[in-house]
Design a protein around this ligand. Structure first.
Ligand SMILES: CC(C)(COP(=O)(O)OP(=O)(O)OC[C@H]1O[C@@H](n2cnc3c(N)ncnc32)[C@H](O)[C@@H]1OP(=O)(O)O)[C@@H](O)C(=O)NCCC(=O)NCCS
Length: 145
């Protein structure tokens, strides 16, 4: 059973590991801290048997919108409902902030994640041409809450 809680500073090494292996991105700790500064509650982790196995970093995007900046579950722990728990918590946190919409970007080729988001009611709202550093297009998705 996964426990969802706010991130802590000493989770950051493990979070960076999950992000690099799942998303292929390497960020310094300072970036996570900077992004979470405006809304610490929007940065959550999934913990199973005392180990961080998933992360979701959300930010505030204007008065009535939140945005999912990073979301990843350790490969060995996928399809067990952990992403579901984090998404549900994030929707609740966003509603508690009176957000009316959640937005995100995803690689066009990332069909697993796109299917996951569609299941939660996210819809395609546009394309970001050559958005990623390797020039892959990004898909903009959003959901009203
Ligand atoms: C997207 C991601 C976070 C989903 O996490 P997860 O813990 O595996 O998701 P869950 O087990 O909670 O799945 C919930 C539901 O989403 C759907 N889903 C999840 N993974 C799916 C897949 N690979 N293909 C199709 N549907 C999928 C299913 O309906 C699933 O329910 P089910 O298992 O009962 O059928 C995870 O696959 C991941 O970390 N991917 C790599 C990183 C990434 O792409 N992040 C998003 C970038 S924007």
């Amino acid at each position: 059973m996964v426990d969802v809680r706010n991130f802590r500073y000493d989770d950051l090494d493990r979070i960076a590991e999950i992000v690099s292996s799942s998303l292929g991105e390497y960020y310094p700790k300072s970036l996570y801290l900077e992004k979470s500064r405006d809304w610490e509650d929007g940065f959550i982790v999934g913990v199973e048997n005392g180990r961080v196995v998933a992360m979701l970093l959300g930010i505030i995007q204007g008065r009535f919108e939140t945005r999912i900046l990073m979301f990843a579950v350790d490969k060995r722990f996928r399809r067990k409902g952990i992403g579901h728990e984090l998404m549900n918590r994030f929707i609740s946190l966003s509603m508690a902030r009176e957000a009316k919409r959640i937005s995100l970007e995803v690689r066009r080729s990332n069909l697993e994640a796109i299917r996951f988001y569609e299941k939660y009611g996210f819809q395609n709202t546009g394309v970001l041409l050559m958005y990623y550093s390797d020039l892959e297009d990004g898909l903009k998705m959003a959901k009203n809450i």
